[in-house]
Design a protein around this ligand. Structure first.
Ligand code: SF4
Length: 356
């Protein structure tokens, strides 16, 4: 008899699709999208659609292999799980005996291991072992802290909010490839007039469908953020009283923005001053903006998005006890033009003073 198992896609992907797997005699015989999931809407990406082919593929590695020849020689011997685990444990015991447990540095990220393995059981194991501590992602921690301390949490904006958004900014984010279920709603929004701005050094497939595309030089988008903030502040397209009352570090940021003139930012980013000057026009014409910025997010298996789709608000109060609170971070920059908004969590430490 076939029974259906409802689950979620294990990939570290913001769409977090609902899956249904049909199982017969302990074997998955069919896998498809949950038609009732409001984001998945009954279709899966090309990566996951043939999942059962991967699971049951004859080349799939099902047991441990021990290298027996020279490295790169491709010679392997099948061993049991007990042998493999014993060998690993023996080696670790020897490392711990010689150098202490902190000589072991666990380094992994999310992939397809899911929340329990990634965020709970692995941490308990390494803590118990006394291994070195590592913020598991070595690349996203600073961005994660910036987003959390800006917005209170790294929550994804509901896709349905696109219906009411008239400016979407994809900043270093390529949802055509990495969050495909966002795209139909985005294209619908564009058809009814929503402007799409893509900021990415690479002309991605998402950039190809943009109304406005900015390609700053790689590594220069911190300059771009500060330069755009400079322009918005200079033209008064921000909500001064809201920032004074709700943002942490606004006055310091305002001073910090002064030297980020369009001329200097253009030099650093490789963009023309004209392209930068277009920015206030986007903001003037948008009263319901949404921005998506990817950062690693082990906790929520998603590329983090920040979104401030309506009037200035937070989902939770700023966490002033958070370590990031001590950083020279422009933690909230939520601007109000004719209406609102745009969120720029900027790590300004590196941008303290622009060099010429
Ligand atoms: S779009 Fe993302 S969540 Fe959906 S099936 Fe593909 S990888 Fe999984």
């Amino acid at each position: 008899m076939i029974h259906r198992v409802h689950g979620a896609c294990p990939h570290d992907c913001p769409d977090t699709c609902g899956l249904i797997t049909e199982v017969e005699n302990d074997r998955a015989v069919r896998l498809y999208a949950d038609p009732d999931n409001p984001v998945t809407k009954g279709w899966l990406c090309a990566k996951v659609r043939p999942y059962l082919d991967h699971v049951y593929h004859r080349d799939r590695l099902l047991h441990p292999l021990r290298r027996v020849g020279a490295k790169g020689g491709g010679q392997w011997r099948q061993i049991s799980w007990t042998e493999a685990l014993t060998e690993i444990a023996d080696r670790w015991r020897s490392v711990i005996a010689d150098y202490g447990a902190s000589a072991i540095l666990p380094y992994s990220y999310s992939g397809t291991i899911g929340l329990v393995q990634a965020g709970v059981s692995a941490a308990r194991f390494w803590n118990r072992l006394g291994a070195s501590q590592l913020q598991r992602s070595i690349c996203g921690a600073a961005a994660e802290l910036a987003v959390e301390s800006t917005l209170g949490a790294r929550w994804s904006p509901p896709v349905a909010e696109l219906e009411q958004t008239n400016l979407v900014i994809l900043w270093g984010h390529n949802p055509v490839s990495t969050a495909p279920h966002f795209m139909p709603a985005l294209r619908r929004a564009q058809k009814r007039g929503c402007q799409l701005v893509v900021i990415d050094p690479l002309r991605t497939r998402s950039a190809q469908g943009a109304n406005h595309y900015l390609a700053p030089l790689p590594g220069s988008d911190g300059w771009l953020a500060m330069g755009l903030a400079h322009l918005l502040e200079k033209l008064g397209l921000h909500n001064e009283s809201w920032l004074e009352n709700h943002a942490v570090g606004w006055l310091a940021l305002r001073e910090r923005l002064v030297p980020f003139t369009p001329e200097r930012v253009a030099r650093k980013t490789g963009l023309t001053e004209r392209r930068l000057s277009d920015w206030p026009d986007f903001m003037r014409s948008a009263n319901r903006a949404s921005s998506r910025l990817p950062t690693a997010s082990i906790g929520q298996k998603m590329a983090a998005r920040t979104s401030v789709p309506y009037a200035p608000y937070r989902r939770s109060p700023p966490n002033t006890a958070h370590p990031a609170a001590a950083w020279p971070i422009a933690r909230v920059a939520t601007w109000s033009g004719i209406a609102k908004l745009f969120s720029i969590p900027v790590i300004a430490r590196r941008l303290r003073e622009p060099s010429t």
